[in-house]
Design a protein. Structure first.
Length: 428
């Protein structure tokens, strides 16, 4: 992961074809309109109406109301196809890729963009500031949607340049509770069956125009837990009559850190974080209960189920030693984002043709952040990648989920260019 930025750099847009560069004013206009009207997960009514209105105006076949507010656009190329049903196997060595691509004679590539915003009050003073109190596009999803719209528009105008079908998936609720699973359940990867999927995330942890792409794990699994320690309250001066839930909780917090330190292979990466601990009401009262909330992150899919078991073992053991009880809730939100090697190589080869900065392509770009793009990647081979969008010289380098998050809009045509070239090369 790149943690520092060049002191000065410029972005060369000459590698973005002129017909896409001329879309820049529209891309910015669309992004800013979306930014002004942010909506939370499964509530993206205005966003979906805007996307659908554009697709309708451009004559693009699309379905609305998928998983409440999701949309899928379908664009069929008219270029004469010369591939066979197994050519996509050349793009990936994974058994899943070969098995899936052999099912159909016409290749289908999906592009995914998320549409939802966050419950954050925006602090930016810009003309396109959020008009919805307490809601903000603080993670770049407005840019993702604008890039996907630009890609749809360009593909519709240049269908003679590719042979195959492109599905563009406008997904709700990535930030939670998750829109990918219900969209998959609704059949967005079927009729016609999708052979591969790609998606991007504008990334303020990378300088403008760089691309973070790698095979294998890119983003972490996300698991969450709530635990209430059930002790016995009493007077702070007479502790021997109580079971102090705060003492028990404190020992649990410390003990949970031994899971990564002593139960996980140091070669693997994992995180156990207790993010909230609440107990007590007064100076001289021993708390009857203590509540803690936390998250678990890891890249290796083999850890599925391991942390849940180990966390409960530790909580149960500490509670037993103090005579306390507990109530534990534990659930898996998203699996890790695992990129297919062949599709990741396709994206990397295209990115090298589009971007040129002092940093360029960043293969070591993993993050313990999570993404429900992972559910799509469990179904079909694909690649999720980061497109650097930070520009400190313009004060556009605040981190994701910050109330002053914003990005350099120069990145928008780069995203369209990468998607378009991926489409053309995938079908070639």
């Amino acid at each position: 992961m790149v943690s520092t930025f060049p002191s000065s750099y410029s972005v060369d847009l000459s590698r973005v074809r002129l017909s896409i560069r001329t879309l820049q004013p529209q891309l910015v206009e669309w992004r800013r309109r979306l930014h002004q009207q942010p909506e939370l997960g499964f509530q993206e009514k205005l966003t979906a109406e805007f996307v659908a209105s554009k697709l309708q105006a451009w004559g693009i076949e699309h379905q609305t109301g998928i998983a409440k507010t999701g949309i899928v656009a379908t664009i069929k190329g008219t270029k004469l196809s010369t591939h066979t049903s197994t050519t996509s196997a050349a793009l990936s060595t994974s058994p899943l890729s070969v098995k899936h691509s052999a099912l159909s004679t016409e290749k289908v590539l999906a592009i995914r963009a998320d549409m939802d915003a966050l419950p954050i009050q925006e602090l930016n003073e810009v003309p396109y500031k959020s008009q919805h109190d307490g809601i903000m596009h603080a993670c770049g999803h407005d840019g993702h949607t604008a890039i996907a719209l630009g890609t749809a528009y360009y593909l519709q105008q240049h269908r003679e340049d590719f042979a195959g079908t492109v599905k563009i998936i406008f997904q709700p609720a990535e930030e939670g509770p998750g829109g990918a699973e219900p969209m998959i359940a609704a059949g967005v990867l079927k009729n016609p069956d999708v052979d591969a999927i790609i998606g991007l995330h504008l990334w303020n942890n990378l300088p403008l125009g760089t691309v973070g792409v790698r095979a294998g794990a890119l983003m972490a699994a996300v698991e969450l837990f709530n635990c209430t320690i059930l002790g016995k309250g009493g007077h702070g001066a007479i502790p021997h009559q109580t079971v102090d839930s705060i003492v028990v909780a404190a020992q649990i917090v410390n003990a949970l850190q031994t899971i990564v330190a002593r139960n996980v292979n140091p070669i693997d990466s994992a995180v156990v974080t207790v993010g909230a601990l609440h107990a007590g009401t007064a100076h001289n009262v021993i708390a009857d209960t203590a509540n803690m909330k936390g998250t678990v992150r890891y890249f290796n899919p083999a850890f599925a189920g391991f942390f849940k078991q180990r966390i409960e073992q530790i909580i149960a053991g500490v509670c037993q030693s103090h005579g306390a009880n507990y109530d534990l809730e534990y659930w898996s939100l998203y699996p890790p984002v695992i990129n297919d090697a062949g599709i990741a190589e396709l994206v990397r080869s295209i990115a090298e043709e589009v971007v040129e900065t002092p940093v360029g392509i960043v293969p070591e770009c993993q993050t313990m952040g999570g993404e429900d793009m992972s559910f799509f990647l469990q179904e079909v081979p694909g690649c999720y990648f980061f497109l650097g969008s930070a520009n400190p010289e313009k004060d556009l380098a605040y981190p994701h989920h910050h109330p002053r998050f914003d990005f350099d809009e120069t990145v928008l045509p780069m995203g369209v260019e990468i998607f378009i070239r991926c489409v053309e090369k995938f079908f070639s």
